[in-house]
Write a new protein. Sequence first.
Length: 231
Amino acid sequence: MHRFSFRASFTEVVIVTAARQVGTPSAQSMQFAEAYAAEDIVLQTARNLALEVGLSSVTPGAGSVLALLAAAGNAKAVVEIGTGTGVSGVWLLRGMRPDGVLTTIDVENEHQRIARRIFQEAGFAPSRTRIITGRALDVLPRLADGVYDLVFVDSDATEFGACAEAALRLLRPGGILIVNGALAGGRISDPAARDADTITIRETVKAIREAEHWIPALIPAGAGLLAAVKC
Ligand SMILES: C[S@@+](CC[C@H](N)C(=O)[O-])C[C@H]1O[C@@H](n2cnc3c(N)ncnc32)[C@H](O)[C@@H]1O
């Protein structure tokens, strides 16, 4: 029997009821939660460089959740899909074990050139990062099965489902998948939103909730983090 078989029939009712009980967090509360995770000069620099090249980065609140989950999982081997300029990478490395290695993938060499400098400025030895340039779906099949503690996905939303599939193979039992952008910019709960990104994100979030091999939670930090432990 499915461990969470009760969920399929009652989930929508439970979500609506819970939302009514909890109420909507005010924008002020959300801002307080984001500001709680202070960023140092290295992270601020990486974030500004991202803006200069037209990239978004994980918010401080989302970054602190990445560090938290990496630390809670005592992560030694982490895969990041979407290096950007290194904001999320620094947060992950700060939560990982001191001997941990971050394997980070991005299709843009220029973004990774900036990230490499940021990792160095943050004090991480080059041996702490394995920076791979290429398309995620070309690189992921080359990574080993079942040896990673955490996989973080923050790249092309239309590939989130395929990246989550790949993560299932890469993670050890008890390893954690985290997908950024899981609230689809606020469009996930809007049935009228039918663009390709929103559809893929909606399908991925639903598939992970219904799969027996994941224990998921949707965390409303930053752009929304879908976190799931592989069981
Ligand atoms: C939102 S940015 C990542 C930001 C980064 N995680 C951070 O918070 O600092 C998305 C990155 O994914 C990369 N990207 C987009 N499509 C990709 C793909 N198919 N394979 C690998 N990287 C991809 C982009 O070049 C970009 O650097």
